[in-house]
Design a protein around this ligand. Structure first.
Ligand code: SAH
Length: 260
């Protein structure tokens, strides 16, 4: 089968990488494993025996007949994982998201899972190395993806993966990351508030936070500066300098100063 660029297809050919991904999942107490982008099923083959129930989400319809044949016990969806309703697919069961993700869509797929009514308790995903670094970034170097991911998950890099283990070889290095849902992850409404502010805050990285937020009328320049001072931050702070805790508090402070 010819790999398609549009679907970000790079198939794993190294069984030891596949095994390391699956081993990292143990012990599995969740009801369900959802694999995103099973492709030819290299990873699926190792997941199938360890999963109580297996759901496969694959966008490329040409992959579907083979997957159906190889994994008759899995529930298979031909769908875009950046858009699929994960709570619908998982029936409010506890679940793990696993996948060697298509790199052009990995951020959208992760955000879609995180924003689900029934988000995954854990994820083990392979992404482009730089993307993984952004997901784990610390204050001073964060971006919107760091905030989206770290608000709800503890993120750890498990190992790096060189281009040589894929067919066709990607031009970039990859990393396998583990994400574990935080006990104190915000509910969906607070999450949306915080991410809304972060989105506006990161709209121009070179500008100070109060400028970005007042430009899109999230709050006035004064309100933002006052809130930053209350958080012990300089009023001149830029979005990438805030910690997750500070984003959360900033949301509360601005919310309180806007709504009477
Ligand atoms: N897991 C396989 C394939 C990884 S390549 C392996 O490791 O060998 C990425 C896979 O994701 C491909 O099968 C591709 O068709 C699929 N894919 C691409 N975009 C997708 C999307 N938006 N939703 C679900 N699957 C997608």
């Amino acid at each position: 089968m010819r790999a398609k660029k549009s679907f970000g297809q790079h198939f794993l050919k190294d069984q030891s990488v596949v095994r390391r991904i699956v081993t990292s999942l143990a012990p599995i107490n969740e009801d369900l494993i959802v694999e995103v982008g099973p492709g030819t099923g290299v990873l699926t083959e190792e997941l199938s025996p360890v999963a109580r129930e297996l759901v496969l989400i694959e966008a490329d319809r040409e992959m579907i007949p083979d997957l159906e044949m190889k994994f008759p016990n899995a529930r298979l969806f031909r769908a875009d994982a950046a858009k699929v309703d994960f709570s619908d697919v998982t029936h409010s069961k506890s679940w793990i998201l696993v996948g060697n993700l298509p790199y052009n869509a990995s951020a959208a797929i992760l955000a879609n899972a995180i924003e689900s009514e029934n988000p995954p308790g854990r994820m083990v995903v392979m992404v482009q190395k730089e993307q993984g670094d952004r997901m784990r970034a610390q204050p001073g170097e964060t971006g919107l993806l760091s905030v989206v991911v770290q608000l709800c998950y503890d993120v750890k890099k498990l190992f790096d993966v060189p281009p040589s283990v894929f067919i066709p070889k990607p031009r970039v290095n990859s990393s396998v990351l583990s994400l574990v849902r935080k006990g104190d992850a915000p509910d969906l409404e607070s999450y949306r508030g915080i991410v809304g502010i972060a989105k506006a805050g990161f709209s121009s990285r070179r500008k100070q936070l109060h400028k970005n937020l007042s430009r899109v009328s999230v709050a006035s320049s004064e309100q933002v500066k006052n809130a930053l001072e209350e958080l012990g931050l300089s009023p001149k702070s830029r979005a990438q300098e805030l910690s997750i805790e500070q984003w959360t508090k900033l949301n509360t402070l601005l919310h309180d100063s806007i709504t009477p």
